[in-house]
Design a protein around this ligand. Structure first.
Ligand SMILES: NC(=O)c1ccc[n+]([C@@H]2O[C@H](COP(=O)([O-])OP(=O)(O)OC[C@H]3O[C@@H](n4cnc5c(N)ncnc54)[C@H](OP(=O)(O)O)[C@@H]3O)[C@@H](O)[C@H]2O)c1
Length: 353
């Protein structure tokens, strides 16, 4: 009998449905006094779906939330206020994560304003069904789902808006919204990280898994690079929220999207329920002093061994820096060169391995 490819949309939906029943809760709900009063949070892709629910629920736990999104973050703030969130707890921030100049601008603005981020939730992602090119000539899905997170975190660490000088117990947390799809991934592209992507709807979930694997590998390397004598200066945590009813499949062709929307409405979780692991990673006292913890819904799991591989993670970090450096200081590759990745700009990085 032919096996269904794990990256086929039907297999992905069935897996999401089954996980609702087979992943059992291991962690108790947060206590009411596990709060973030006086803390500053930044949520990417905060205007809809999981990002919106997370922004609202972080604000309800006392945080001041910078809700960053590309379209009308002000309207998202109004919707949050309509849900009872005090207006001064949500600050809309316009950012297009597909534009690396805009990511740089956001990081620079935050540093100029003296922001010190306590919780950074890397949530934004897209599932595009055609390959689109960013202002820097890169693939949009590669940039939104992976490279913008790498760029944002490294910039914020370099400029101090993500501080690394806090006492243990008060270190900032980076919460990475990954997906179990990172396990089904075919792996990091061996030749070019920024290779032109086959944009067909049939392949989009395979790329989605690839970028989630890259994001999780980056997160575990960040966790290693931000430890001093075994003690985290930044706590790096990741999760898969499980299948949710959100707009993430909005670009799929109607024959796939319409039945998927029906299934989502019937069986997938509301983002205000599915955000529980995000809230847990952001607020739980039990995670003080911990780093590199991964939750699948409310159960602790190991990440895929490829994401925990130190050699692969170092290489990915250097290759990511090289893609950023190639965009910042354009180099003409020799004729016929298969790669735009420039030699590593390791000397630039303030985040050492
Ligand atoms: N839905 C699921 O079943 C599921 C399962 C596992 C993991 N996840 C993960 O959960 C996270 C949230 O997804 P979701 O389901 O909540 O999807 P969603 O409703 O589509 O939310 C994604 C948000 O990111 C924003 N965004 C997209 N491109 C952007 C850009 N260039 N700049 C700034 N913001 C941008 C979107 O804005 P626009 O509305 O303008 O596009 C949207 O507000 C993602 O990381 C996803 O991979 C989802």
């Amino acid at each position: 009998m032919p096996r269904l490819d794990a990256n086929h949309p039907v297999a992905a939906v069935l897996t999401g449905l089954l996980d609702r029943f087979r992943v059992e809760r291991e962690i108790p709900p947060l206590a009411p006094d596990e709060r973030l009063d006086g803390k500053l949070a930044l949520v990417t892709g905060g205007a809809s779906g999981l990002g919106f629910a997370t922004s609202v629920d972080l604000a309800r736990r006392g945080a001041r939330v910078l809700l960053a999104d590309r379209r009308e973050p002000e309207r998202a703030r109004d919707r949050a206020v309509a849900l009872g969130v005090p207006p001064d707890r949500i600050e809309p921030m316009q950012v297009d994560l597909s534009d690396l100049d805009d990511v740089d601008r956001l990081a620079a603005d935050l540093a100029r304003q003296g922001a010190r981020i306590d919780r950074l939730v890397l949530n934004a992602a897209i599932v595009p069904t055609v390959a689109r090119t960013t202002p820097q000539g890169l693939d949009e899905m590669f940039v939104v789902n992976y490279l913008s997170s790498f760029a944002l975190v490294t910039r914020l660490l370099e400029n101090g808006a993500l501080p690394r000088d806090r006492r243990p117990g008060d270190v900032p947390r980076v919460v990475v919204v990954s997906s179990e799809a990172h396990r089904w991934s075919q792996g990091v592209p061996p030749v070019r990280l920024d290779a032109p992507r086959d944009g067909s709807p049939r392949r989009v979930l395979a790329w989605y898994g690839t970028y989630k694997l890259m994001l999780t590998t980056f997160a575990w390397e960040l966790a290693r690079r931000t430890q001093v004598d075994g003690s985290p200066r930044v706590s790096v945590l990741a999760l898969c929220p499980g299948a949710m009813r959100t707009g993430i499949a909005r670009e799929l062709p109607a024959p796939l999207r319409v039945p998927l929307d029906g299934l989502m409405r019937l069986f997938f979780q509301d983002p205000f329920v599915a955000d529980e692991p995000v809230l847990h990673l952001a607020c739980s006292r039990a995670l003080e002093g911990r780093t590199a913890v991964y939750l699948h819904r409310m159960a602790v799991k190991q990440v895929d061994p490829r994401a925990a591989d130190e050699g692969a993670a170092r290489a990915l970090w250097e290759r990511s820096e090289a893609v950023l450096a190639a965009w910042q200081e354009p180099v003409s590759p020799p004729a016929g060169s298969p790669s735009r990745e420039a030699p590593s700009s390791a000397g630039r990085s303030a985040v050492r391995g």
